[in-house]
Design a binder for this molecule. Structure first.
Ligand code: ZN
Length: 329
């Protein structure tokens, strides 16, 4: 947040009738669970929240009297530069009303943040600590020595990089396993076809790294082909396009499905791709996981698929694909 300071001091009063208060999101993807503040990341995240809360307190201190009474300033000192008198008592009244409303809103937002579930967990943690130490409080220096918000940002970035590295390693191991099985991508297609999934047909080309996937119920056919020059590889990356009968235009729905399919992870993993394509088989009857509706305001079906993975005790990863609208993501 722009108003975050390393060492909070009283900010200069701002003589603005309309102070702008940023609406911070009340939830973050990496929120600590409500009563567990036991990892470093959670503690830093909590400190960042406290730091932001304190910055808001400093901001609120400028509300009374400075900002709240700012519309009166030109009346009290009309000669001061840059100040123009309100044209009528009504205008002055309107300015005061507006400033007061904005001020009340600012206080309300602060209270909401203070009592929010994420802050509640932090307050409980602090109270627990004070109780444990027999009422003894740590004596801080009175200044924030670290900008916890940016520290949190760095820690999240590192965590993400570690996570990505782990996924890459895992995928490499899977690929190695596939290679040593000696079945090649055709073996993957065969394995898929043996499952006889109703309404899904996969037909590989005899001489190219190319296959057609038909979804009977959805009335769609996709063409899956090894991406670019990599087709000589044993497990190439795969690219999807719509396969339509000549003269028929590609529908919007088909375009958005193909876009979603091509932006998937694990581009080398044909089994994953076939599973993902199959998940569109029931697109006309599978509502969005988020809003539970078939169509959104733009009358679109849930064309996005969010992949979720489960690791079995034997170390096998299986994927499921949840239908979502693009605007419900
Ligand atoms: Zn939805």
């Amino acid at each position: 947040m722009a108003s975050m300071q390393n060492t909070p001091s009283m900010p200069a009063p701002i003589a603005q009738p309309n102070p702008t208060v940023q609406n911070e999101p009340t939830t973050q993807t990496n929120n600590p669970p409500s009563n567990a503040l036991d990892s470093e990341l959670q503690l830093v995240s909590s400190l960042a929240k406290l730091q932001k809360l304190e910055a808001r307190i400093h901001q609120l201190r400028t509300l009374l009297p400075n900002r709240l009474l700012a519309p009166l300033a030109p009346v009290v000192e009309p000669r001061k530069e840059g100040r123009s008198l309100p044209s009528s008592p009504q205008e002055l009244y309107q300015q005061l009303v507006q400033t007061a409303r904005a001020g009340i809103e600012e206080v309300k937002q602060f209270q909401t943040l203070w009592h929010s579930p994420e802050m509640k967990a932090i307050w409980e943690h602090v109270e627990g600590d004070i109780k444990e130490s027999g009422g003894q409080l740590l004596q801080p220096t009175g200044m924030w020595e670290i900008d916890y918000d940016s520290l949190l940002g760095e820690m999240i970035k590192e965590e993400k990089a570690r996570e990505e590295e782990k996924i890459k390693d895992e995928e490499n191991q899977e690929l190695e396993k596939l290679r040593s099985s000696g079945q090649g991508w055709r073996g993957v297609v065969e394995g898929f076809n043996q499952r006889n999934i109703p309404g899904v047909r996969v037909v590989p080309s005899k001489n190219e790294a190319l296959l057609a996937v038909a979804l009977v119920k959805a009335g769609m056919v996709f063409q899956v082909q090894a991406d670019g020059l990599k087709e000589e590889k044993d497990f190439p990356d795969w690219r999807v396009s719509s396969k339509i009968s000549p003269g028929r235009p590609v529908t919007k729905l088909e375009t958005s499905i193909v876009d979603c399919l091509n932006s998937r992870q694990r581009k080398w993993d044909l089994a994953y791709l076939l599973e993902m394509i199959s998940s569109y088989s029931e697109i006309k009857t599978s509502p969005c996981k988020k809003c539970n509706k078939m169509t959104n305001a733009a009358a679109q079906l849930p064309s996005i698929r969010l992949s979720k993975s489960v690791l079995s005790p034997e170390g096998n990863r299986t994927f499921t694909f949840e239908p979502l609208h693009a605007d419900c993501l």
